[in-house]
Design a protein around this ligand. Sequence first.
Ligand SMILES: NC(=O)c1ccc[n+]([C@@H]2O[C@H](COP(=O)([O-])OP(=O)(O)OC[C@H]3O[C@@H](n4cnc5c(N)ncnc54)[C@H](OP(=O)(O)O)[C@@H]3O)[C@@H](O)[C@H]2O)c1
Length: 324
Amino acid sequence: MEEEGEKRTVCVTGAGGYVGSWLVKLLLSKDFIVHGTVRDPSDGKNAHLQKLEKASDNLQLFKADMLNYDDVASAIAGCEGVFHVASPVISTKVPDPEVQIIAPAVTGTLNVLKACSEANVKRVVVVSSTAAVIMNPNWPQDKVKDEDCWSDKEHCRKIENWYFLSKTLAESEALEYAEKHGLDVVTVCPCMIIGPSLQSTVNASTLFVSNLLKEGRESLENKAWHLVDVRDVADALLLVYEKPEATGRYICAPYCIKTCDMVDMLKSIYPNHSYPKNFVEVEDDAGMSSEKLQMLGWTCRTLKESLMDSFEYYVDAGLLNKDY
Ligand SMILES: NC(=O)c1ccc[n+]([C@@H]2O[C@H](COP(=O)([O-])OP(=O)(O)OC[C@H]3O[C@@H](n4cnc5c(N)ncnc54)[C@H](OP(=O)(O)O)[C@@H]3O)[C@@H](O)[C@H]2O)c1
C-alpha cells in the first residue's frame, strides 16, 4: 500500500478516549498521519493528544459528533483506513438509553461506514466488545465462546443491558453493511480493558476495576475476570488493520483471573495496601478464546505486568482511596 517516503493517513474516531489515545500514540510512533476525531478539540481533556510524540507534525484533530454525518465525513476524507473507536461507554442507568447509548453507537457506526464507502477507504477496523459476544443464554455453559457466539439482542433488551445491546447492534450492523456494500470491515472485541491511561479523565473500565481494589472493601464476589491491556488492544487494532488476511470478528480477551487470585498476585507485590478480605464464591462459565487473533500473530504482555502497571496508575491517580 505504501509508496516509498509517502506517509499513510488514517482516521481514529474517539481519539481522546482511553483506547483511542493509546491507538493514536501507536499510530504516530509508526509514522502514520492521524486524523483524530474528538467532540471538542478545545476541551482540556483532549490536551494530552497534542503532547504525544510526532503529534505536532502528524496529528490533526477534527471536531466530530458521530451522529453528524458531515463531521464524520470531513475527518475521514483522504484516509486510506479508519479505526472506529468512539462509542458511549455507560454502564449506569440513563433516562433515555435509545438516545444516549444505542443511537450514538449504531447510527454513529453507520455514519462512519457510509463515509468510508464515500471516501474509498481500504479497510475499517471497528472496536466492538466482548459485550457483543458473551450475553447468550443459548450458548452451552461448558463450551468456550468463540467468534460464532453473539450476544442475544432480545435478551439484552429484556435485562435492560443497554451497553451490551448497543455493542451487539453496532457490530452486527457493521458486518452486514460490509457484506452488502463490499466494504472491508474487521471488528475487534476486547474484554475488560486495564492498564495505564494517557488522558486525565477516568474511563469506565478503569473506574470499575480500580473500584474492586479500593481501600477498605470488606468482601467481593470471587468472579472470573477477563482482562486485556489497553496497549495490547492498540496493537491488536493495528495488526488486524495491517494483515491483508484479517477478516470478520476477533475476540481480544487473553486472560481470565479470579478476584482472589488477582488480589493474591497484587498482595505479593504491594503488601502494604489494604485488600478485600472475604470472597463470595459464584459460578462462572467456560470463558472465551482469543485463538483467532493469536493465529493472526497477536501477542500480549503478561497479566502480571498489566496488573502491576494498572495498580501503580490507580495509586498515582488516587483511585484506590476510600473516598474517591
Ligand atoms: N474500556 C473497556 O473495557 C472496553 C472493553 C471493550 C470495548 N471497549 C470499546 O472501546 C471503545 C473505547 O472505549 P474506552 O474504554 O476508550 O472509553 P472512553 O474513554 O469513554 O472512550 C469513548 C470515546 O467515545 C467517544 N464518544 C462517545 N459518544 C460519542 C459521540 N456521539 N460522538 C463522538 N464521540 C463519541 C467519547 O468522546 P467524549 O470524550 O467526547 O465523550 C470517547 O472519546 C468503545 O467502543 C468501547 O465500547 C472498551
